[in-house]
Design a protein around this ligand. Structure first.
Ligand code: UT7
Length: 335
């Protein structure tokens, strides 16, 4: 069979956000922070967390987002050939949340693949799905990015630089192979990783290499060298955007909307400024949700579709950088 003309269509999306609204002032009750500091440094006004009883995992939020995406696609779970699940906060250390979601969808033996590319999960997931579809290995793929960060966040002064940033939520996308000669679907993709900087954003535990000291020192808390990640993102995101544009033979003027990862409003503003991107072309929703890691881009995409900012014919640039380090840019033309 000739798969040359097979393109990946973003058939539908869905989102589900955790139910507990946590405003910046709420956080100030538990740690030395303030609404003013959080807004000024990050653009975040609020985030949503799961209730504290520990009963909701990433696969549960992912399930709700998936149900919406599936309904909009007109698919039943049995139509799915492959699930790709992106999360850094899985329900269990193993097995992956993709398998848990597969069962919760009522499926029998549909394959499920977990990817651990954190804030770049959508970029890696979309590219992986595109490769599966173009090669004929799968025709209908469910991508889910879901995070339940809040139970592992330190709600005390020592965790304040990390805790105030993160929110819980899920975004899902139904991705389908379609035969067409048109230049649509994934036009270009550029992915990078650099393990040299793994320690600048990490959660060392649970891990296969574990010492008594690790346990004593509580290395199950996330560590982030925020300032360095910030500087790296501001440098690398325009770089990778230009790589993706060059690979596609496009200029930034050909892009209708940029949907970047939502790590910090100031990062996205700096990227916008350095690439001369007009207002209105850069989608930001961090003020509502904080940083939802693997869920941020698919949730933003779902909102952008709802707001008709992404429509048939739109050319979208997805961008993101996070733990790994991993980063990338994907250009997708909707059809
Ligand atoms: O999503 C994946 C990738 N992650 C990122 O992209 C995150 C990138 N980094 C950032 O977003 C920012 O670096 C942060 C928001 C994490 C921090 O903002 P910053 O402007 O880089 O602040 P900073 O770390 O340089 O800290 C400035 C001050 C420090 O106090 P001193 O040393 O100046 O007295 C911190 O202790 O702000 C203090 N601080 C806080 N103050 C109030 C740190 N966290 C807080 C807080 N509330 N939550």
């Amino acid at each position: 069979m000739d798969y040359y003309n097979r393109k990946m269509l973003l058939k539908s999306t869905g989102r589900y956000i955790a139910p507990w609204l946590v405003k910046n002032d709420d956080l100030a009750q538990w740690m030395d922070t303030s609404d003013e500091w959080i807004r000024q440094r990050t653009g975040i006004e609020q985030r949503y967390w799961v209730p504290e009883d520990g009963d909701i995992g990433a696969s549960d939020l992912g399930l709700e987002a998936s149900k919406i995406a599936l309904e909009r696609a007109g698919w039943s779970p049995e139509d799915i050939d492959l699930i790709i699940f992106g999360t850094l906060s899985p329900d269990m250390h193993f097995p992956g949340s993709g398998c848990l979601l597969q069962h919760k969808l009522g499926l029998d033996t549909t394959p499920a693949l977990d990817i651990r590319q954190q804030c770049s999960a959508f970029l890696y997931g979309l590219t992986t799905a595109d490769a599966f579809i173009r090669s004929g290995h799968a025709n209908r793929i469910l991508f889910v990015g879901a995070e339940v960060h809040s139970p592992a966040l330190v709600k005390a002064d020592r965790g304040r630089d990390v805790t105030v940033i993160f929110g819980d939520g899920a975004g899902a996308a139904c991705l389908e192979g379609v035969e067409t000669d048109e230049p649509v679907g994934v036009i270009s993709s550029v992915l990078h990783s650099q393990g040299e900087f793994a320690r600048s954003l990490m959660m060392p535990l649970p891990a296969s290499r574990i010492t008594e000291e690790d346990v004593r020192e509580g290395r199950h808390d996330a560590y982030m060298d925020g300032r360095n990640i910030f500087k790296t993102a501001v440098r690398k995101l325009p770089e990778v955007a230009n790589e993706a544009l060059e690979k596609a033979g496009l200029s930034i003027d050909d892009i209708d909307i940029i949907i970047p990862h939502q790590a910090n409003l100031r990062i996205n503003q700096a990227v916008q400024k350095s690439m001369n991107i007009p207002d209105g072309k850069m989608y930001n929703n961090i003020h509502r949700y904080g940083n939802m890691t693997a869920a941020s881009i698919p949730v933003a995409l779902d909102e952008a579709i709802e707001e008709k900012l992404v429509d048939k014919g739109s050319t979208v640039l997805f961008l993101g950088l996070g733990a790994g380090l991993t980063w990338g840019g994907v250009i997708y033309r909707h059809f």
